[in-house]
Write a protein that binds this ligand. Structure first.
Ligand code: ADP
Ligand code: ZN
Length: 739
C-alpha cells in the first residue's frame, strides 16, 4: 500500500502538504526532514504525519525527493506541539515548525566546525632539557589541563602557534583537531557561581518547596503560580526543584522573558549543574545555537535556559518547566506564529505530564484569575529572604516640581539628593525610564511643523550621534533623517525638541554627577553582540555606580548593592491606548522598585510622575498586588476585556485607508451569521490605534466571547474563503497589545 506523508513546508500561512513516498524510499518517520518539490522549487520540509493511500481522500500527489533523516530530527512530541500552535494561533504549520527548528536545519548539510587543541605529552611532562622561560611556562600551563587547551585560548595567553609547533616537533606537545562545540557560556553567562550548600531555606521557602516537590514527584501534569514578592527567593526554589527533577531522570526547562536575564541565571545553574546546562536564545550565533540544540536532542543536557522559543527545545522527557516572570509580554511573539511561550509551556507540560511553575511578583491578570478559580495551585512567598524589608517608596509629583523648577526638569530635587547620597556611600543606583532616545519629538516654533515618520503615524525620536550628528529615527520602521539646523518647511532656525528618553536622562545625570560612573541599557546601547552582558557584569562588579535604562533593567536582576531606584515619568505607559496599560504600569513599577534593597542595606524607590493618584501608580508604590487585581478586574469586567472574556484581535492592512476598511468590513460581514453560534460579539472595524505603520493603513476589529475554540473556527472559516487577502490580515489570538 503506497504511503502518503503530510509535510510542513516553509511557506507562511500554508497548511501541511501531502506527498507520496516512492516505493524504493523508506517511509520517513514523524519529525524527519524531507526534500520535496514545491512549485518550481525544491524545499526542505518536516514530516508531521503519515497515512496509507486508502486512509486519505483521493487526490494526485507529488513524490518526495529525498529523506534527509532516518530518525526523527524534531522529536515527535515537539512536532505535535507545533501542530497545536499552528491550530490555536491560526498560523501555518510551517511557521510553527520553523520556530522549533535550530538555525541551519533547512540547510541539510551542516558543517562541523573544528578547532585546534594542544595537549602536553608524557615526554613533555618530564622535560628536563633546555627550554626558554616562555616554553617552560607554556608546558606548565598545559600540565594543568591534561585534556588540552584550544590554541586560540593559548594565543590569548601569549603562547603562539609557532612556539607550539616547535614544542610539538620536540615531542613535548601533541596537536589535534577537535569538533568545536561552540560554548555560548564563554560570553553568554556570568561566571558559574558555586552554590551555597549551607544555605537554609526560609520557613516560607521551605513550605513552598515541600508543596512544589510533591507536585513534581507526582509525575502528573500540574500548574502552580508561584506568587512571590521581589527578592523572596524564587530562584533558589527553581534550583532545588531542578536538582530533584534531574535526579529523577527528567529534564528541566527554565524560561525567562528576555535574553538579558539569561547570563545571571545560567551562571547560577552552571554552578549547580556544571556543563549539563544549555542556553537557547536568538542572540547566540547560529552555530552556538545549533550545537546546543544537538546536545539537548542527544539527551546530554539536564537544564535548558532560554527565552520563549526554548519552549520547543528537544528535551526527551521534561519533568519541570519554569516560566519566570510569567506576566512578561516578551513571552508573546509579535509575528507569526503569534504564540505565547508561557501558554505553550502549559500545553507542552500537559502532554508530557510535567509540572509548570509560573513565577512572578506581579502575576498576569490571566494567571492570577486561574489561581483564584483553582485551575492553578497558588503558592505565595510574601516576605523577602532574611526578613529584608521591601523598599520604601516616595512619589514625586512632577507638577509641583515643574512649578518650582521650570519645565526642563528631568531629575527631581528629591531624586538628585538621593543619588548624591548613594554615590557618597558608594552604593548603586538604577534609574528607569521606559522610553529610549534623547528627545521624543521635534517641532518648529515658527510654523509648527513636526517630524513625523513618512511611513508611520508616529513622531520621530532624536538620538544623539556625537559631534552634532543627531538623527531623528522612527522606532517602528527605522526610517531616519539627520536633524537639520533649520525647519524643513519654513527655514526658521527655531527647531525645538521636546519629550525625553533614556539618552537625555543619562546626560542630565552626567551633568549633575560628573564623577559618577554611569552606564545605559536600552535597545540602542546593547545592539553590539556581548554589550549587554558586559554592561550587566560591570554593574554587578561595581565598576558602574548608576545604570540608566528602559524596562530591560527592571526585571529579574539581582544586584545586592543597589539601594536606590529612580523612576522617571512613571506614567509613560498610561498614555497608550491599550487595555493593558494599567497592568503594564503596575508591573513595571513594582518590578523596578523590587530591584532596590536586595542586599543587606535598606532600599528606597523614588517615583516621578504627573499622575500620582492613578491607581496603578499608587498601588504599585504600596506593592499591593491584591488591591490592584481587584480594581483592575472591575474595569476588565465592565469593558469586557480578558481575562473576563476571550479575545481575538484582527488587523487588516491596505494601501489606502478605504481599502483596508473595505476588506475589514467584508470580513466582519461574513462573520456576522456565526456570531450567535460562536457566542461572540464582533467589535469594529475601526482605525487601529496606530493607523499607519510602515507605509500601510491599518484597520482593526475584535472578537470577544466565552468560547475561544468557536471564535477561532469562525474566523478561520471566513479567512479560508478569502485566500487572496490572507496575507494582509494579522490575527492575534489572546493578544497582549492591541496597537
Ligand atoms: P526573586 O527571584 O524571588 O526576586 P531571588 O531568588 O533572586 O529572589 O533571591 C533574592 C536574593 O536572596 C538572592 O541574592 C538569593 O541568593 C538570596 N536568597 C535566596 N534564598 C535565600 C536563603 N534561603 N537564604 C539566604 N539568601 C537567600
Ligand atoms: Zn516609521
Amino acid at each position: 500500500m503506497p504511503v502518503l506523508v503530510s509535510v510542513a513546508v516553509p511557506v507562511p500561512f500554508l497548511d501541511s502538504l501531502t506527498y507520496r513516498v516512492p516505493p524504493h524510499v523508506e517511509v520517513p518517520v514523524v519529525g524527519a526532514r524531507v526534500r520535496v518539490p514545491l512549485g518550481s522549487r525544491v524545499v526542505t520540509g518536516c514530516v508531521i504525519d503519515s497515512m496509507t493511500e486508502d486512509e486519505a481522500s483521493p487526490g494526485e500527489w507529488k513524490e518526495i525527493i529525498e529523506v534527509v533523516d532516518r530518525e526523527s530530527f524534531l522529536p515527535p512530541t515537539v512536532v505535535e506541539l507545533c501542530r497545536w500552535v499552528a491550530d490555536y494561533y491560526l498560523a501555518g504549520v510551517g511557521d510553527a515548525i520553523a520556530v522549533a527548528m535550530p538555525p541551519g536545519a533547512r540547510d541539510t548539510r551542516p558543517r562541523i566546525k573544528t578547532r585546534r587543541v594542544a595537549a602536553i605529552t608524557a615526554h613533555g611532562l618530564s622535560a628536563e632539557t633546555t627550554l626558554t622561560p616562555k616554553q617552560r611556562a607554556a608546558l606548565e600551563m598545559l600540565a594543568g589541563a591534561p585534556a588540552g587547551l584550544p590554541t586560540s585560548e593559548l594565543r590569548d595567553r601569549g603562547i603562539t602557534a609557532d612556539m607550539l609547533s616547535r614544542l610539538a616537533a620536540r615531542g613535548f606537545v601533541s596537536l589535534r583537531e577537535d569538533a568545536d562545540e561552540r560554548d555560548p557560556f564563554e560570553r553568554g553567562a556570568m561566571p558559574a557561581s558555586a552554590p551555597d550548600t549551607t544555605r537554609q531555606l526560609t520557613a516560607e521557602q521551605a513550605a513552598a518547596f515541600d508543596r512544589l516537590a510533591a507536585l513534581t514527584d507526582s509525575g502528573a501534569f500540574n500548574v502552580s503560580l508561584l506568587h512571590g514578592v521581589t527578592g523572596s527567593g524564587k530562584t533558589e526554589l527553581y534550583l532545588r526543584l531542578a536538582d530533584r527533577v534531574c535526579r529523577a531522570g527528567r529534564q528541566v526547562l527554565v524560561m525567562v522573558p528576555e535574553i538579558a536575564l539569561t547570563p545571571a541565571l545560567a551562571g547560577l545553574f552552571r554552578g549547580a549543574f556544571g556543563s549539563r546546562v544549555a542556553i537557547q536564545h536568538s542572540a547566540l550565533s547560529d552555530g552556538e545555537r545549533h550545537d546546543q540544540w544537538q546536545r539537548i536532542r542527544r539527551g546530554e543536557i539536564d537544564v535548558v535556559i532560554g527565552t520563549r522559543s526554548a519552549v520547543f527545545a528537544p528535551l526527551p522527557r521534561p519533568g519541570l518547566i519554569v516560566v519566570d516572570e510569567e506576566h512578561d509580554t516578551s513571552y508573546k511573539q509579535e509575528e507569526a506564529p503569534r504564540y505565547n511561550g508561557r501558554d505553550v509551556a502549559i500545553v507542552r507540560a500537559s502532554r508530557e505530564k510535567a509540572t509548570v511553575i509560573l513565577g512572578s511578583a506581579t502575576p498576569s491578570m490571566e494567571s492570577f484569575q486561574n489561581a483564584m478559580t483553582c485551575k492553578y495551585a497558588r503558592i505565595a512567598l510574601e516576605r523577602r529572604v532574611l526578613d529584608r524589608p521591601m523598599a520604601t517608596v516616595t512619589i514625586v509629583n512632577m507638577r509641583d516640581e515643574y512649578a518650582a523648577e521650570g519645565p526642563d526638569v528631568v531629575i527631581s530635587r528629591t531624586l538628585a539628593a538621593a543619588v548624591e547620597d548613594r554615590l557618597a556611600r558608594r552604593e548603586q543606583v538604577l534609574v528607569l525610564l521606559n522610553r529610549r532616545g534623547y528627545s521624543t519629538a521635534v517641532f518648529c516654533r515658527q510654523c509648527g511643523d513636526t517630524f513625523e515618520c513618512p511611513n508611520c503615524s508616529i513622531s520621530l525620536t532624536v538620538h544623539k550621534g556625537g559631534g552634532g550628528k543627531d538623527r531623528a529615527r522612527c522606532h517602528y520602521c527605522n526610517y531616519s533623517i539627520a536633524v537639520p539646523k533649520q525647519c524643513r518647511k519654513c527655514a526658521a532656525p527655531y527647531l525645538e525638541q521636546t519629550g525625553f528618553g533614556t539618552e537625555k536622562v543619562e546626560q542630565h545625570l552626567r551633568d549633575l554627577f560628573p564623577d559618577a560612573r554611569i552606564g545605559r541599557i536600552d535597545r540602542d546601547s546593547v545592539r553590539r553582540k556581548g554589550a549587554l552582558t558586559s554592561l550587566l557584569s560591570r554593574f554587578a562588579d561595581g565598576e558602574l555606580d548608576v545604570l540608566v535604562g528602559t524596562q530591560m533593567i527592571a526585571k529579574g536582576h539581582d544586584f545586592p548593592r543597589v539601594t536606590l531606584v529612580g523612576v522617571i515619568s512613571a506614567d509613560v505607559g498610561l498614555g497608550i491606548a491599550d487595555f493593558r496599560a494599567a497592568e503594564r504600569t503596575f508591573q513595571l513599577l513594582t518590578q523596578v522598585a523590587g530591584r532596590a534593597g536586595r542586599g543587606e542595606r535598606l532600599g528606597e524607590a523614588i517615583v516621578q510622575t504627573l499622575y500620582p493618584e492613578h491607581y496603578s501608580i499608587r498601588l504599585a508604590c504600596r506593592q499591593d498586588y491584591g488591591a490592584f487585581f481587584e480594581r483592575e478586574l472591575v474595569y476588565r469586567r465592565a469593558m469586557r476585556y480578558p481575562p473576563t472574556v476571550a479575545m481575538i484581535n484582527a488587523i487588516v492592512r491596505g494601501p489606502t485607508f478605504a481599502d483596508a476598511m473595505q476588506t475589514a468590513s467584508e470580513i466582519v460581514r461574513r462573520l456576522e451569521p456565526t456570531t450567535a453560534a460562536a457566542h461572540m460579539s464582533v467589535l469594529g472595524p475601526a482605525p487601529a490605534p496606530l493607523p499607519r505603520l510602515r507605509g500601510e493603513h491599518r484597520v482593526q476589529f475584535f472578537l470577544k466571547g466565552a468560547r475561544r475554540a468557536e471564535m477561532r473556527n469562525a474566523i478561520r472559516t471566513v479567512l479560508a474563503e478569502m485566500p487572496e487577502i490572507r496575507k494582509r490580515v494579522t490575527v492575534d489570538v489572546d493578544p497582549l497589545t492591541v496597537l
